[in-house]
Ligand binder design. Structure first.
Ligand code: GLA
Length: 392
């Protein structure tokens, strides 16, 4: 069943009536610019065709109930008035509900804190965004829920405000210390375009990627190594970046340029320096990618993607053997460029490839995984797609 129909069917099963509407928001893939978002830097993601749907209807009793097709647990129900007492959780700890339910409930909570008058609702969620694949299934839940409640509560927030609300839910209700890239990509996505986002000002410019015109495809190589950003490595990387910025005497690593790296190396321990070098050079690569796409087209960005992967593998140390294997096998099979995408420690890589080599590159990656004793990867192509919207 299509995810939109599944969300509607679940809503009807839960309530015995039709929803007031159905809203959806997409997952995202990041072309380049990793871990730069929470350093006030630059990113270049695009929304993908995989979407999460929320079928939603008002209730008169001031209670909010969430159900989903991707978790076996029972629906979770709480009084709207109790949300403020329920969140936030102490940083890094999971709330007292199943993690999937903390996303929509956290969005309802964050909307109220932003000034919306919360009311009772039933929310039924279904998704075709793969979970744990580094494709922002969480931002898709946030975007679908935020769009639905914004309309039903007549809250009048714009897309950027809704992205901030989604991020607040993720940071404070779920406890994952992420940046704002995923929510902005999910809210602002447009067909055929990537979103060049300045994460300091939240200025967003659409950049035509021209993948199809160039006869190319973006192939997702989902390693199926699951990751979570609520714990461990992601948070540690963030702390290293904050330490590096403090040592350099700047508000954020956005303010450090490639020319400052010599001084940074003298001032910092080796690990902090390498974390800093990744962010500083990655910001540069995002700017170079945007210029290259505009002036020379998609075929010319391969080396920037490869350099980005090497920086994440060697300096930021967020890759895993499965991601490195996927990238190397794709390049050996003729990919123009390839890199891991998203937060790291698992999830997916992307490969920029000739349209007629989808099968050959997929087969090469699958064979390399088998030779290394890894479980088979999941591979599929994506094109830039529309952001959050009302579907019904
Ligand atoms: C995750 C986070 C984003 C971003 C990326 C890394 O997807 O949610 O905010 O930090 O990792 O670029």
């Amino acid at each position: 069943m299509r995810a939109q129909d599944a969300a509607t069917a679940l809503f009807e099963q839960l309530t015995g009536r039709a929803p007031d509407g159905v809203w959806s928001a997409p997952g995202r893939v990041n072309l380049i610019g990793e871990h730069t978002d929470y350093n006030d830097g630059f990113v270049l993601p695009f929304a993908i065709p995989h979407r999460t749907y929320a079928a939603v209807g008002m209730r008169e009793d001031g209670r909010i109930r969430v159900a989903s097709t991707f978790a076996d647990d029972a629906p979770v129900e709480i009084a709207v008035d109790e949300l403020t007492a329920f969140f936030p959780t102490p940083t890094g700890e999971h709330p007292a509900v199943a993690e999937w339910a903390a996303y929509p409930l956290g969005v309802a909570w964050a909307l109220q804190l932003a000034g919306a008058a919360g009311r009772g609702v039933d929310i039924a969620i279904a998704s075709d965004v793969p979970v744990g694949a580094g494709l922002s299934s969480s931002a898709a839940i946030e975007g679908a829920t935020a769009s639905a409640l914004n309309d039903l509560y007549n809250a009048g927030f714009d897309r950027t405000a809704l992205a901030r609300i989604g991020r607040r839910a993720e940071n404070e209700a779920v406890g994952a210390p992420t940046g704002i890239m995923d929510q902005m990509a999910s809210m602002l996505g447009e067909p055929d375009a990537a979103i060049f986002l300045d994460c300091r000002t939240l200025d967003a410019n659409l950049v035509s990627v021209g993948i199809a015109e160039a006869g190319l495809e973006i192939l997702i190589l989902d390693t199926r190594v699951q990751h979570s950003h609520s714990t461990g490595g992601y948070r540690e990387r963030r702390e290293s970046c904050e330490r590096g910025a403090a040592i350099m005497g700047v508000p954020a690593l956005r303010d450090v340029s490639v020319g400052d790296l010599g001084r940074a190396e003298e001032l910092m321990d080796d690990v902090t320096f390498r974390r800093v070098r990744h962010i500083v050079t990655e910001n540069r690569r995002v700017l170079d990618t945007v210029t290259t796409l505009r002036e020379r087209g998609a075929r010319a960005i391969g080396d920037l993607l490869v350099a980005s992967h090497a920086s994440m593998r060697d300096d930021f140390e967020i890759s895993v053997p499965e991601l490195d294997t996927a990238v190397e096998a794709a390049l050996s099979a003729g990919a123009i460029g390839a890199r891991m995408t998203g937060g790291g420690f698992g999830g997916s890589a992307i490969a920029l490839i000739e349209r007629d080599s989808v099968q050959a590159v997929s087969d090469a990656v699958t064979a390399a995984f088998a030779a290394s004793g890894f479980a088979p990867p999941h591979t599929f192509t994506v094109t830039p797609a529309a952001g959050a919207r009302r579907d019904a």
